[in-house]
Unconditional design. Structure first.
Length: 114
């Protein structure tokens, strides 16, 4: 089984989550999602695996969130497009394993799928 993590090495929660994944899995794909952003299709798949709406995956404290006026946007397609264009908007980290996913907040949340 390959475990994938959408990782931002500058984020402490992402680093903590990666350490947990490394302790519990041997085949790990670390994707620096700010360098290699997910496509709209990949974001849709992540939302399906997380069983969350697009609004739940947004980092609402990011400046770009305010600059783009996303607070008033309810259209999932528009939010997904914004995340694909500006991956800093995607909540992190996200771990994918066994056909499901978890956001690593808190980092221990990912243990349930490993």
């Amino acid at each position: 089984m390959t475990v994938t993590i959408w990782h931002n090495p500058r984020c402490s929660k992402s680093r903590q989550t990666l350490a947990l994944v490394e302790d519990n899995a041997s085949d790990i794909d670390v994707r620096h999602y700010l360098v290699t952003p997910p496509t709209e299709t990949e974001i849709r798949a992540a939302l399906a695996q997380l069983a969350l709406p697009a609004t739940a995956l947004l980092r609402k404290g990011e400046k770009i969130y305010k600059d783009l006026g996303l607070k008033d946007v309810a259209d999932a397609d528009a939010l997904i497009a914004a995340m694909a264009t500006h991956p800093i908007l995607i909540e992190r980290p996200i771990v994918f394993a066994n056909g499901t996913a978890r956001i690593g907040r808190p980092p221990e949340a990912v243990l349930a799928i490993l």
